[in-house]
Ligand binder design. Sequence first.
Ligand SMILES: [Zn+2]
Length: 387
Amino acid sequence: MPTLPPLAWAVAIAALVMGILAGHFGWGRHLSRRGGAGGPGRFSKLHPDYLAGLDYLVTEQPDRALDMFLKLMDANSETLETHFALGSLYRRRGEVERAIRIHQNLLGRDSLAPEHREQALLALAHDYLRAGLLDRAEGLFLKVCEVPRLRAGALDSLRGVYERQLEWEQALDVYRRLARIKAAPPRFVAAHYLCELATLALERGDIDGARRMLGEARREVPGFARAAVLRARIAERAGDPALAARLLRFALHEAPQLMHEELPPLLRLVGAAGRDRLLGELVERAAAGTHADDELKRLVLAAISAGLADAAPLQAPIEGVFARDATLRAFGQGEARLMAAQLGVLLESAEKYRCGECGFAGRNFYWHCPACRSWGSFEACALVKLG
Ligand SMILES: [Zn+2]
């Protein structure tokens, strides 16, 4: 988001206020009567509040300047756009309290036309959202949803409010309303809401409820990897490790970026006896893929992180990945197995995941990025850092 340097901002505000005041006091007419020339005594006709307002600006008292602006400026049809533009500018700069004052000032005027009142309500709702006042934002977005021309935008913002409040049922309900007016985001978003609900159901021991939600998620997106992961958890709890392992294999096939997260539980499910067979199968599948080098590197790094640098089926892939990757070659010389073990120690303390949308990185995996709120954008970041 671009930000203006303080001086440019002060100049912009001064120009805006001067333009508005010019309209307010009819300076244009005033000057044209004098032939456009500034004669002596020109400023003596000015409203004293104008000079005081400018004084506040130049002495950097923006709140008092804003007071002056709000006091002097009539919210008529000519100046309304200026109100909205100024409010939006303040919000974008993060000066939300000032944006809120401007929009509340507009709403306090009885003469405001209904369509402008609705626009001001929507703007105020966005101010509250930006300020983190989610309950107030929710109330206003709900009101604005009643206005057909603003409905789609208000509903989508409301969906964002419920996501931030972790109110998944309400988020899903709003998603369905958006779908009815053909303004919904992609269906995987609804599938994620259903997986969030299934996770909550699992936490309270409601297995049937969780299964129902996951069934719905799969109807939204057939073969949804996150739903397969959760079904694997249910199967494991129900004492069916073979089914759980099958479901995790399927999830890794659908979403290879889950390798880092899901390889350890899959290894636990197949046990020591099934380990090498599983790894052999994963190596074979990665090598057969269209992006074989990337897939093998992903598998090798996930396996090294899981402490499998010694596993027999991984020796050839580890050597191959180290030989092909300049960064990994620079990591050291010698036997690939030993280098892999050292790399495993290094990875222990590294940030493991990164959002592919905004670059937010951390040690934890999220389905929903806490920074940019994208869904399913996290990936093991060692792939990025070392690749
Ligand atoms: Zn992000």
